[in-house]
Design a protein. Structure first.
Length: 199
């Protein structure tokens, strides 16, 4: 099977790092005041103008993308999957700072993760999935998940607690890579005996 994964909030724990840094950054901007606790984007969560948002992105995107750890057991599940499947990355990275593609490529090498293709600068992921014959996408952004599902692409929706639930025949909600493994075994995509996990 051809399977694609998103990076931020799925493979790497960047979303928690971005969120935590935003709260600290906001101390100097709004004195720590949160406008919308359930806001997905910093523009929704805080009362920031475009200049403030740009400064936040400039300061944190490269260091967070370089340092944020892999999600627990992501490596083990991917290593098991690559035995009988083709793995791709489809990400919007490449849009935020000049060295983003190089930083990401180096990080994947450092983590010893290899993929058939890494597709950068993809805000809409339906076209990339169609072009590459992707049958399953592991994604955390609700709008992408809904669009993929509507277009017949199965999704494991890596749902954050603040994100909306998505009810669709092509969507299964997961919260961690343990749940990803369980769902992939149920689908017959992953063999339990291929999954090697050591604590």
């Amino acid at each position: 099977m051809k399977i694609a994964i998103d990076l931020d909030g799925v493979l790497f724990d960047t979303e928690n790092w971005f969120r935590a840094y935003a709260d600290i950054f906001n101390l100097d901007v709004e004195g720590g005041k949160v406008v919308n606790d359930k806001g997905l984007w910093v523009e929704d969560r805080f009362n920031w103008d475009k200049k403030t948002t740009s400064e936040y992105i400039r300061k944190c995107s490269e260091p967070v993308e370089r340092k944020a750890p892999l999600m627990p057991f992501a490596r083990e599940v991917l290593k098991a999957l690559e035995k009988e499947n083709e793995l791709f990355v489809i990400t919007s990275r490449g849009n935020y700072h000049k060295d983003e593609i190089e930083t990401t490529t180096n990080r994947l090498k450092k983590e010893k993760l290899s993929f058939k293709k890494v597709l950068f600068k993809r805000d809409s992921k339906v076209e990339a999935c169609r072009e590459n014959g992707i049958e399953l996408m592991i994604e955390d952004y609700p709008e992408n998940t809904k669009e993929l599902a509507k277009n017949g692409i199965k999704c494991l929706y890596f749902r954050d607690l603040t994100d909306e639930h998505i009810k669709h025949k092509n969507v299964v909600e997961v919260r961690n890579w343990g749940e990803v493994a369980v769902e992939l075994i149920k689908m017959g995509v992953l063999k339990k005996e291929d999954l090697v996990v050591e604590l």
